[in-house]
Design a protein around this ligand. Structure first.
Ligand SMILES: Nc1ncnc2c1ncn2[C@@H]1O[C@H](COP(=O)(O)OP(=O)(O)OP(=O)(O)O)[C@@H](O)[C@H]1O
Length: 239
């Protein structure tokens, strides 16, 4: 089966700043892939390049075999996107927003199921800007998956969520995987990466510095993923 995402030698510069510096990776169709790395390592920029929101300075990105910029209109209905900053209009009520996005798709997930499981029922009539941080996260996640995308790009999907919310999102991600959806997520939570991922890529300074399954990276659990991550990203501090 062809890879869901193929990134080859990607460079993204913002003026003088090189955010992504010759990065290559691929994401197997139907897998859950986590992208880890310190703040500023280039995770969001890489994911945004896959979503067509960043134009590569050089290199090649293919998502479902398509160019995210040139084929943007064809690609967008097939992918789900959860941005770090949310991505909903400030005055729109949570449930209206979710129903609206669901109606844009031919075979959406059941909105009541999502609102129940993500505990959005009680805030369904609340304008987006008045939602709590965790409620915004839950809604953004729901918006990303409600259209049954072929790939879901989730930028820090559980940051700021309470433990119940985190576990529910983990469970929904596992269900997406069972349904054959490819999931690419960024996270700073090592337990999240370890529990959910088929494949992990660790980024530093805009490059991939390590890749593997959780078992491969941790020597089958002999070391914690956090220790491995710390030694990879700040070698001197972990000595
Ligand atoms: N629009 C922009 N203009 C200028 N520089 C930017 C822009 N967006 C990102 N950068 C810079 O590019 C680098 C990579 O940022 P990016 O957001 O991709 O990192 P990240 O790994 O997602 O970080 P975090 O874990 O903090 O979310 C950072 O140094 C950041 O300051």
């Amino acid at each position: 089966m062809p890879a869901a995402v193929e990134i080859h030698d990607l460079v993204v510069r913002y003026g003088e700043k090189t955010a992504v510096d010759g990065l290559s990776l691929s994401v197997a169709t139907g897998s859950v892939t986590s992208v880890l790395g310190p703040n500023g390592a280039g995770k969001t920029t890489t994911v945004e390049s896959c979503e067509g929101f960043r134009r590569p300075t050089s290199g090649q990105v293919r998502v479902l075999g398509l160019d995210p910029i040139a084929d943007h209109d064809a690609l967008m209905p097939r992918i789900g996107v959860m941005l770090q900053e949310g991505g909903a209009w400030s005055g729109v009520r949570a449930l209206e927003m979710l129903r609206y996005v669901a109606a844009l798709h031919s075979n959406p997930l059941d909105v009541s199921m999502l609102t129940d499981r993500l505990e959005l029922g009680s805030c369904g009539r609340t304008p987006y800007r008045r939602l709590s941080g965790g409620q915004k996260q839950r809604l953004s996640f729901a918006l990303a998956i409600v259209g049954r995308p072929e790939i879901a790009f989730l930028d820090e999907p559980t940051t700021g969520l309470d433990p119940h919310g985190r576990r529910e999102i983990w469970q929904l991600i596992r269900e997406l995987r069972t349904d054959g959806v490819t999931v690419v997520l960024t996270t700073h939570a090592m337990d999240e990466a370890e529990q959910l991922s088929d494949q992990i890529h660790v980024l530093s300074a805009g490059q991939v510095i390590a890749s593997g399954t959780p078992g491969e990276l941790t020597d089958q659990g002999a070391r914690s993923l956090e220790d491995v991550y710390l030694s990879l990203t700040h070698p001197r501090k972990s000595e």
